[in-house]
Design a protein. Sequence first.
Length: 65
Amino acid sequence: MPAKNIADRLACAMLAHNGLPVIWDLHLSAAAAKDAGKLEIAASLIEIAEAAERLWTAREPTKAT
C-alpha cells in the first residue's frame, strides 16, 4: 500500500524506524494531548496511528527462513 498523504508518510517512516510499538505510543500520546486540551494534536496523532495500523496490516508477511 503506497503512502499517499502526510499521515501515511509519517506512519510509514515511524513504523520503519520504531516498529509496531509506535502504534501504541501514538495512541498514548493522543490520549495525553486530549487530556491537556490539545484536541487538534490528539486528532492528528490518532490519524497517524490509524494510518500506521492500516500500513501494518496491509504489509506483505515476510517469509521465515
